[in-house]
Design a protein around this ligand. Structure first.
Ligand code: PMP
Length: 456
């Protein structure tokens, strides 16, 4: 079967996510036949480095032998059982290990099957906690501008990216939005720390005014991924944790994209604390998905505290239980993939290995910093982003309708790399099995692609 045959069949029946389907006339989907390590291979043998980890999920490469084996063994034992009234070993072992791996105080794991669902669980659980404890007046949430937390109606409501949200606005609950500590917006000469600290005043003011009616603040720690990979300083998390406690408001850390080593530590929340000696913060809820199964199977978990768990622990007749459920909650195959993922982190000492890889990523794009159409090259651990602009001095963006990022994407495909951009932001967020040579290749492809994109 050729690529063209596959595409023809696809376009007869499949409606693709996050896609204007008319675009497929110019950019047909690329049919992938197999994957191996960082590579994706189409039906005609063309290979592409999966530099965006297939929407940030893949961690240890495609068709990873260790993860494959674990899933195959699980498959012959138990493929699925519902988690209400029943239990199974992979779900129990995974919860035990996540309690140990996540910040102190997160002692309970509530499973679901995708990131948006984990966010919905955190929002509902927070609201319901306050209700169960006699605070029915708390009904609101605070988010950050430019944040993203998923696409289901609740998760979409607490996001702030117009592209995904605006159309559905009439259907959504209305959060209170504090200014993002995004350091791309800092004035010249101002450090990341100074900027993020100063912007916190906006959050503090919202909390001071609305804490009495607010259930929780939700943030993506350190990095607003779908918000064009905008980054901020960990001091913001420290200030936020302290303020949430002081104001009696929960803190929800959405580590769906940034968790599992992306930011340089296993979880981004670990980086909060004094420079050089961070001891991390503990949120009241931590949402995990994506890298949880190394990109193998849909699974998510909302970690929470004993205090929150206990507020639901009651006689049935009081009707205070958390009844949220999804059919595939805690699927054993997905839990097996997650257990294999945690094993790989330990076996490979991956968090430390990533320090070296992150340096290679920085080196690969170093020349781009001075490019007249690059507003910023920024990096947090294993995520590196290059923001293309029309004018470097003023950081004036290109007209979004020119879709220059797509030109970089198209060029990269001809050079064996999958670099799906976010608007005019080109980024690397690769599987951790990538080699320094492959990173160097990505740097070269991005530089050529940007040159082409800005000179048309
Ligand atoms: N939160 C964040 C920070 C995300 O990046 C995403 C997915 N891109 C989600 C939530 C939603 O996860 P899912 O796509 O699995 O619903």
């Amino acid at each position: 079967m050729s690529n063209a045959d596959m595409v023809a069949r696809d376009l007869q029946v499949v409606w693709h996510p996050c896609t204007q389907m008319k675009d497929t006339e110019r950019m047909p989907p690329i049919p992938i036949k197999r994957g191996e390590g960082v590579w994706l291979e189409d039906f005609e043998g063309n290979r592409y480095i999966d530099a965006v980890s297939s929407w940030w999920v893949n961690i240890f490469g495609h068709a990873n032998p260790a993860i494959n084996d674990r899933i195959k063994t699980q498959l012959d034992t138990l493929e699925h059982v519902m988690l209400a009234g029943f239990s199974h070993e992979p779900a129990v072992e995974l919860a035990e290990r996540l309690v140990k791996a996540t910040p102190a105080g997160l002692t309970r794991a509530f499973y679901a099957d995708n990131g948006s669902a984990a966010v919905e669980v955190a929002l509902k659980m927070s609201f319901h906690y306050w209700r169960n404890t006699g605070h029915g007046e708390k009904t609101r949430f605070i988010n950050l501008s430019n944040s993203y937390h998923g696409e289901t109606l609740g998760a979409l409501a607490v996001g702030d990216v117009d592209l995904y949200k605006k159309t559905y606005e009439p259907l959504l609950l209305k959060p209170l939005t504090a200014r993002s500590p995004d350091c791309y917006e800092r004035e010249p000469g101002v450090s990341w720390e100074e900027h993020s600290r100063a912007v916190f005043a906006d959050m503090e003011a919202l909390l001071a005014e609305y804490a009495h009616e607010t259930c929780a603040v939700i943030v993506e720690p350190l990095l607003q991924c779908a918000g064009h990979m905008r980054m901020y300083h960990p001091v913001y998390l420290e200030l936020l944790r302290e303020a949430c406690t002081r104001h009696g408001v929960h803190l929800i850390a959405d580590e769906i994209a940034v968790g599992f080593g992306r930011t340089g530590t296993l979880f981004a929340c670990e980086q909060a604390g004094p420079e050089g000696q961070p001891n991390g913060i503990s949120p009241d809820f931590m949402c995990l998905s994506k890298g949880l199964t190394a990109g193998y199977l849909p699974l998510s978990v909302t970690m929470t505290t004993e205090d929150i768990y206990q507020a639901f622990y009651d006689d049935y007749a009081n009707l205070s239980a958390f009844l949220h459920s999804h059919s595939y909650t805690g699927n054993p195959l997905a839990c097996a993939a997650a257990l294999a993922t945690l094993d790989e982190f330990e076996r490979l000492d991956q968090v430390n290995v990533n320090r070296r890889l992150a340096q290679h990523m920085a080196d690969a794009v170093a020349p781009l910093k001075d490019h007249p159409n690059v507003g910023e090259v920024r990096q947090t651990g294993m995520v590196l982003a290059i923001e293309m602009v029309r004018d470097k001095a003023t950081k004036t963006p290109f007209d979004w309708r020119e879709r220059r990022g797509i030109e970089v994407y198209r060029h990269a495909l001809t050079q064996g790399a999958l670099l799906r951009p976010l608007g005019d932001v080109i980024y690397f967020m690769p599987p951790y099995v990538i080699t320094p040579e492959q990173i160097a290749h990505l740097g070269q492809v991005a530089a050529e692609g940007i040159e082409r994109a800005v000179s048309t």
